[in-house]
Design a protein around this ligand. Structure first.
Ligand code: JB3
Length: 214
């Protein structure tokens, strides 16, 4: 049976845990930085230790899933820790599995890179690429030919119309709508509920222009 270890034991890890189980993975255990949680369980899965404990075990036969998500603030996507975890463990020889909930709708011509995560209810249409370690969260819609950069987070219910390019480490907030053909630069932050009708610069926090027009 396929075995996966999950890094983190917070809110995102809980969703990753359920997604992994429903996708047929045996969850080997979780690894969290909080020493007080060692030996606890999360939805029946054991917290085995912290990152040092995992590094000491070595890659062996288990794959990993990144259970660290992101809490954004103005000017900060919050994705730095998620990216660092992916880089640290990849450099140590661990492999991150792509993970997709069986109730996600994923077209045949879709490319999920290592560690890409697609949650329940998400829809990915043909020609979509999801980069390494990126999250397509619950019920997000990624339409044809969109490209989602490495380490990015597409939050629940966001809608990306056709051909949208999203740079690396970019945060698209819950329920945001991105019109077709636009580019969202690396490290940009699109707040929840935004309606985006223009390209967004790298590192920019998107705010509608005066008069309410984006
Ligand atoms: O937006 C949605 C649907 N979900 C959010 C997700 C994308 O991001 C969710 O609501 C949260 O806002 C956030 O989830 P996350 O990253 O799981 O956050 P939190 O629930 O605060 O849990 C973080 C966990 O990571 C805590 O248990 C920390 O102890 C642990 N942690 C922090 N640093 C770490 C490290 N664990 C490990 N292994 N290594 C670390 O360096």
């Amino acid at each position: 049976m396929k075995a996966v270890g999950i890094i983190g034991a917070g809110g995102h890890a809980r969703v990753v845990l359920d997604t992994a189980r429903r996708a047929g993975w045996m969850v080997f255990g979780l690894f969290d930085a909080d020493p007080a949680r060692k030996g606890d369980t999360l939805d029946g899965a054991l917290i085995l230790g912290d990152d040092e404990d995992l590094l000491r075990r070595g890659p062996g036969s288990i794959r990993l899933a990144n259970g660290i998500g992101a809490v954004p603030a103005i000017g900060d996507t919050g994705l730095g820790l998620r990216r660092k975890i992916f880089s640290t463990f990849s450099a140590a020889g661990f492999e991150f599995t792509p993970l997709a909930h069986p109730r996600a709708t994923i077209a045949l011509a879709v490319d999920l890179a290592a560690g890409a995560q697609v949650m329940a209810g998400a829809i990915l249409q043909p020609g979509v690429r999801i980069g390494e370690n990126a999250i397509v969260n619950t019920s997000a819609c990624i339409d044809h030919d969109c490209d989602i950069g490495e380490h990015s987070h597409i939050a629940p219910g966001a809608v990306l119309c056709g051909g949208v390019k999203v740079g690396v480490s970019t945060y698209i907030g819950a329920g945001a709508v991105i019109q077709q053909g636009l580019s969202i630069g690396a490290g940009a932050l699109i707040p929840a509920g935004s309606i985006v009708r223009r390209n967004v610069e790298p590192g920019e926090t998107f705010l509608p222009r005066r008069g309410g027009k984006a």
